[in-house]
Ligand binder design. Structure first.
Ligand code: 8Y7
Length: 278
């Protein structure tokens, strides 16, 4: 069975795994930002772990459309005090960043995975991760965060996202990165209209380039708001439905805010699934 290599960890992907979000920005769209509050951030990270997260994803870079980019120093100041503690807890810790300098500092401080919404396209990013043995999430984004939602355009969104993920996978291979370290992500909401997001979700299985595992992040996202008409604080039911469907379509890692609830939802799916295949 497939295992994801994340530094010293080997994460079995025989069942879908949960990546618990720990947001260290001040301006998270879902209102869970914990910038500068190390104690509160550690409490939240601990709660995510106790709720059953298999990976913790720490993010200190603001990527909300329209928001000013976060400076290097600001990002490190938000991230490192939390990472230094959380990385001793015996669970893989992923760091969500696009900056090679933050990747290097995070790996030196115990991060086991780099989650780059920019797919390691920044100059130097591939080299930094290639020099380590961390896990890597390669995500698709059209444009850059400040302007990505203004007018996203695709011909065939599934084919184009797939081609991008294939090209980034190839770039990783050329940089000497083993395939066991890679996870692919269509990047829901990153330079996509509602229709693009729905098409991508429907076509999820086609995105698994070379059988690589897929990560899906739709928790509380605006696509769920658009479908249900609910504000961000009222998207739990929609998020759970999407998580179960992502699992059923083959996603191996699901990135969520609500770990305990998603675990229950997936437990029901998985119990029925096992009965069917028994
Ligand atoms: C995703 C993500 C965000 C995602 C991966 C949010 C950092 C917005 N979304 N990383 N990051 N995939 N891999 O809603 O979909 O949490 S930030």
């Amino acid at each position: 069975m497939k295992k994801l290599h994340c530094a010293s960890y080997r994460l079995s992907l025989d069942r879908p795994r949960l990546m618990g979000i720990v947001n260290l920005t001040p301006d998270s769209f879902s209102g869970d930002g914990l910038a500068g509050r190390t104690g509160a951030a550690l409490d939240h990270a601990r709660a995510q772990l106790e709720a059953g997260a298999d990976i913790l994803d720490l993010g200190a870079e603001s990527t909300k459309p329209g928001i000013q980019p976060t400076s290097l120093q600001e990002e490190l100041d938000r991230l490192l005090p939390v990472l230094e503690v959380v990385s001793t807890w015996g669970v893989p810790v992923s760091v969500d960043t696009c900056k090679p300098q933050v990747m290097a500092a995070s790996l030196a401080s115990g991060a086991s995975m780099i989650n780059d919404i920019n797919g390691l396209r920044a100059p130097g990013a591939l080299e930094v991760v290639a020099a380590s043995d961390c896990g890597i999430c390669l995500m698709h984004m059209q444009g850059e965060p400040r302007h990505m939602q203004e007018s996203p355009v695709y011909g065939d969104v599934v084919a184009e996202v797939r081609a991008f993920l294939a090209a980034r996978t190839q770039a990783c291979r050329q940089a000497g990165i083993a395939e066991e370290r890679l996870v692919l992500d269509p990047g829901f909401g990153f330079g996509k209209t509602l229709h693009h997001n729905l098409e991508l979700f429907a076509g999820l299985a086609r995105l698994a380039v070379d059988g690589l595992p897929l990560l899906v992040g739709v928790s509380r996202k605006s696509m769920l708001g658009a479908v249900t008409g609910r504000p961000v604080q009222q998207r739990l039911a929609a998020s759970l439905a999407a998580a179960v469907l992502a699992a059923a379509k083959g996603a191996r890692i699901i990135r969520v805010h609500d770990v305990a609830q998603t675990r229950d939802a997936l437990a029901v799916w998985s119990a029925i699934e096992q009965e069917q295949t028994a």
